[in-house]
Design a protein around this ligand. Structure first.
Ligand code: ZN
Ligand code: ZN
Length: 72
């Protein structure tokens, strides 16, 4: 049941962003970034407020849970 379309929707597969609850602030958000390695989710608010922690530079961010680099 693998969906090979790259734009297959936010709820299928393991997208790098989607709606859900931010693992950092616990707030439900319409858009959050997701680590594809461990599933850690962080919203844009946390990402922009804590850019040093996430090493966020508008291109990439680092998952604080598993130190996996993800692109925005
Ligand atoms: Zn958040
Ligand atoms: Zn991770």
């Amino acid at each position: 049941m693998r969906n090979s379309r790259p734009e297959a929707g936010l709820r299928s597969g393991n997208p790098k962003y989607g709606a859900g609850v931010c693992d950092f602030c616990g707030e439900p958000r319409p858009l959050l970034w997701r680590c594809r390695r461990c599933g850690f989710s962080v919203c844009q608010v946390c990402l922009s407020q804590d850019q040093k922690r996430f090493s966020c530079n508008a291109i990439t961010w680092v998952c604080p849970n598993c130190l996996n680099w993800e692109t925005l």
